[in-house]
Design a binder for this molecule. Sequence first.
Ligand SMILES: Cc1ncc(COP(=O)(O)O)c(C=O)c1O
Length: 416
Amino acid sequence: MGWAANLGNKNNKVEVENKNMTSQSGRHFLQIPGPTNVPDRVLRAMAKPTIDHRGPEFAKLTYEILEGLKRVLRTSGTVIIYPSSGTGAWEAALVNTLSPGDKVLMFETGYFATLWRNMAVKLGLDVDFIPGDWRHGVDPAVIEEKLSEDRNHKIKSVTVVHNETSTGVTSRVAEVRKAIDHAHHPALLMVDTISSLASIDFKHDEWGVDVTIGCSQKGLMLPPGLGLNAISDKALETSKSSRFSKSYWDWEAMIKDNQSGFFPYTPSTNLLYGLRESLHMLFEEGLENVFARHHRLGEATRRAVRAWGLEILCLNPEEYSNSLTAALMPNGYNADDLRELILKKMNMSLGTSLGKLKGKIFRIGHLGDFNELMLAGTLSGIEMGLALAKVPFSKGGVAEALDYLSARQLTTYPGS
Ligand SMILES: Cc1ncc(COP(=O)(O)O)c(C=O)c1O
């Protein structure tokens, strides 16, 4: 037994589990909606010697990845990368553009929108949090109404989570922009694309987004550890009058050093190697093909869920997420028990239920480095799990998904 076996809790739970554990052959299926499966190409790219982050080779890497990220974010503006999780990139967006006491409009689309709101409150912002049922995206009409009423322009920012990872519901960012424009309001638009970037179409410049927040461990197919901000000229200008104290998250220092290819502190060198490789992979496939693949796999999943007789949490088909699908359990059945059984028996991780959905839903991640056969395996594991857990359901979800997929052109691979 390894040294780690004794590191369990007071009941020595780890030790007991290790004794009973039999080796599981084959690959683990990581079907949570992020972190996602890291492709071998990216893993190999990261397995290189770390270089001097103040040397000329590093500067070339910085320029290349910043240009690549601009292509993914569809922006010609400023992009910066923090050695951080997505939460750090959220904080950077708020503290660089706003000042203590500023009013911000936020929407309760789910667990992550609520966490972002909690952060804003802790920072001392005055948050107008529009309640939601966790089954719909942001309503652009409410934004227009709220902003039209705000004649003195007290609201400084509208913040939206593009893809709510806790629910599998997207918000229509282009329509949110139109609502802000209709109200002739100067508020900044900030969008969290943490689980949509490089999976669901997003256009920072065309949609008039002022700050886009992203991170590495979802559509970019990397391990966790990089946080991103894309910044419009308007947001950059606004940042000059921001009165929040900041140091690590300060855009100014980052932008200044990035100009010569460097960072104000030690960057995550090997994750950046991985990012360069994942950007190459995305461009080789073509972004449009990447989005089409996510749509096809998302639609096949939704057909499977419906065929099982389970309800999709997202109520508006226009707001379906192509990154993940959340399925509701029948009354009296706990989603976390099903997930636990699927993990034990099938070696597959599905996304847990979060916040007020605890126990009620399971989430199927279908984003990142993912294809038809991986989806077929994922759905088969769920169908077997539902049967083993004696959840009332109809067989045939997998068959429904396969029929849909085989009637369509398979994933476009480079050179095909
Ligand atoms: C939509 C969304 N926003 C923010 C976060 C927080 O990111 P992190 O856990 O990397 O800090 C997550 C994490 O899954 C997320 O899905």
